[in-house]
Design a protein around this ligand. Structure first.
Ligand code: RIB
Ligand code: CA
Length: 314
């Protein structure tokens, strides 16, 4: 039995954050120490309420730390067009059975990192506000972080502007702090996540598991798929689940080690993750950038995770 990887999930649920958490909670190789929330897909109030509901649905009884209401210095930016007014539109979800922690996201991360005997892996799947704030507030704990497996950015493309992906664009100053931190980064950017899509027939594979979680994941995917179908996508790209899969199945990934820096200024390119493909900066790579994924393995991994949850509660 390989040693479990201690992780903290930080996100802005969000349909794909929710599926990433379903996946992480089902994988026996991951030990989830805490969940923290960030403003992104929706307001911090809504993403925190969604986090409580997701944790209740999947039986993830760990502390939930609420993040701040804004990025480090910019005004909040949300995505109701993608995830709906609640941030997690679609199927009805259970009301929270778990309260929010008395600790903020930053202080909960700090407490769990201090307590853990091993170095902790951070898995942010929203804007990087909490991660940057944690590094600024607790520099003494930086060496207790094993790596950061994040969903964000894109070397070859953006999705919220032509140059920038949403998570990075919401808080480019935070992303700049994280990419400059010296902590090993695994970047699941759009280069790979737009290849990690779920087709309608894949949804039926997930729905074939007759338990509450699988049925709700299928409905989340159908909601998410409708938005992307209208944009011409072949399926629903489950962006955030790739950041989890990168930890448990790196063998399914095409990986390039690059020096990546974040644009925090500029009229057209603010929020861009700029990868030094031709090594012109002379700077050593700071990021493992995922460029491809074995899509069928990824789909089956999600389906198996959904199938591992209990039968529908009587
Ligand atoms: O650009 C995709 C990312 O933005 C995903 O993390 C999605 O949940 C949103 O946060
Ligand atoms: Ca997200």
């Amino acid at each position: 039995m390989t040693k479990k990887i201690p992780i903290i999930l930080d996100g802005d649920p969000g349909h794909d954050d929710a599926i990433a958490w379903v996946l992480a909670n089902a994988d026996p190789n991951l030990d989830i120490l805490a969940v923290t929330t960030v403003s992104g897909n929706q307001t911090i109030e809504k993403t925190s309420y969604n986090a409580q509901r997701i944790c209740t649905l999947i039986g993830l009884d760990v502390p939930i730390g609420k993040g701040g209401s804004t990025p480090l210095i910019r005004e909040p930016m949300n995505a109701p067009s993608v995830h709906g007014d609640s941030g997690l539109d679609g199927p009805a979800l259970p009301e929270p059975a778990f309260p929010l922690s008395d600790l903020s996201a930053v202080e909960l991360i700090a407490e769990k990192v201090r307590e853990c005997k091993d170095k902790v892996t951070l898995v942010p799947t929203g804007p990087l506000t909490n991660i940057a704030a944690f590094l600024l507030a607790h520099p003494e704990l930086k060496n207790r972080i094993e790596q950061i497996s994040l969903m964000g950015g894109g070397i070859e493309l953006g999705n919220w502007t032509p140059a920038a992906e949403f998570n990075i664009l919401v808080d480019p100053e935070a992303a700049d702090i994280v990419f400059r931190s010296g902590i090993p980064i695994i970047m699941s950017g759009l280069d790979v996540t737009e290849k990690a899509f779920i087709k309608p027939e894949d949804v039926e594979l997930i729905r074939s598991h007759h338990n509450e979680v699988a049925q709700i994941v299928a409905q989340w995917l159908e909601f998410f798929y409708e938005f992307h179908l209208n944009l011409g996508y072949e399926g629903a790209p489950v962006h955030d689940a790739v950041a989890v899969t990168a930890l448990t199945h790196p063998e399914w990934m095409d990986i390039r080690e690059l020096y990546v820096e974040v644009e925090t200024k500029g009229k057209y390119c603010v929020g861009a993750t700029v990868g030094d493909i031709h090594r012109v900066t002379g700077k050593a790579p700071n990021t493992k950038v995922l460029m491809g994924i074995h899509r069928e393995n990824f789909v089956n991994y999600i389906a198996r995770a959904c199938g591992s949850y209990g039968e529908v509660k009587a």
